[in-house]
Design a protein around this ligand. Structure first.
Ligand code: CMP
Length: 140
């Protein structure tokens, strides 16, 4: 299993619920380490650039509004198979379909306010990490 990096975002709903610590605990207890961390308030335009791949989807406008509605915590997670492992810990995008015990099952309210984002491939992880972090700010 390769050591990988992936991007995680704790979304505005989970930041507002004060569950940052619980979410990071799950990452750490399952073999992922925080290699970089940044709390920021995205503008709608910045959220739009981050989610540009979804620009043609009907939910794009709502997604950009939501992701700029409050602070987010962006993190680089590092560990064996980090991309897949992070997505397993998050659970399905729609919390109604998320397996019990996953972050979204426990903390998400809806498909929009779904607590966390995680890169879906190693290639997209590299692009998403560079959106938030300079190489010098990522520790191994
Ligand atoms: P995320 O993993 O951050 O990637 C894109 C986000 O769009 C997704 O989580 C959801 O919060 C949001 N979204 C809203 N509606 C949908 C949908 N029908 N399919 C996928 N993502 C959606």
């Amino acid at each position: 299993m390769p050591v990988q990096r992936t991007l995680s975002i704790i979304k505005p709903d989970a930041v507002a619920k004060n569950v940052i610590g619980d979410i990071i605990r799950r990452f750490e207890e399952n073999g992922l380490s925080v290699a970089a961390m940044r709390m920021t308030l995205l503008t709608p335009a910045e959220a739009g650039r981050f989610y540009a791949v979804h620009a043609e989807r009907p939910f794009y406008g709502d997604l950009c509004s939501f992701m700029s509605s409050g602070p987010v915590l962006a993190m680089v997670l590092e560990g064996k198979n980090a991309v897949k492992l992070n997505r397993e810990l998050m659970g399905a995008t729609n919390p109604k379909e998320a397996e019990a015990g996953t972050i979204r099952a426990d903390h998400a309210d809806s498909i929009d306010a779904n607590a966390v984002h995680g890169s879906d491939s190693a290639e997209n992880a590299a692009t998403e990490i560079s959106f938030f972090f300079a190489g010098l700010d990522i520790q191994s």
